[in-house]
Design a protein around this ligand. Sequence first.
Ligand SMILES: [Zn+2]
Length: 185
Amino acid sequence: MRDNFSKEVKRVIAERVGFCCSNPSCRARTSGPQIDPTKSLKVGVAAHITAASPTGLRYNPALSPEERKHAENAIWLCQICGKLVDNDADRFPEGLLRNWKRQAEAESLSTIGKTHSPVDTASRLALNDQRLKMVMEHYGIRGTPKYMIDTFDDLTTAEKAELYDKAVFLKKGRKSKHNPYLGTE
Ligand SMILES: [Zn+2]
């Protein structure tokens, strides 16, 4: 028995991220036109964050079938990222997927209705604040903060370096001795 998502859940989670893949290092657009002017095309999938059935990855037996097919348990991805995520639970643990989803929705919110696709300075700062929170939540779980920062693909190396310094400072109360984004000192 698979607890599949309804059409409505799939539509909503895709719209919440502007039909873009939620993987921060992908962001592929997942909808477009068909030749038939009345039809559109989708190359995205509503992937399960925790599996739809006991044989799937990241299965959580504590969830009810309703929770398993709830929008909370869905992440919108392009078909390629959907395939990757469904084949490697060690590389794509639940916490990481939840962060992808949060980040994709935050970016979508900060750019909705804006004519310039680059996020303006104020929302970019707010976004980076949120990213710092994500990094702190994961600090130590997967080793260094670099693990999380590496998923923020749109940041420049200088921004990644700054985020890394801030994270280490928050955690240890001192500056990092070695910042991986600044090369060797
Ligand atoms: Zn993707």
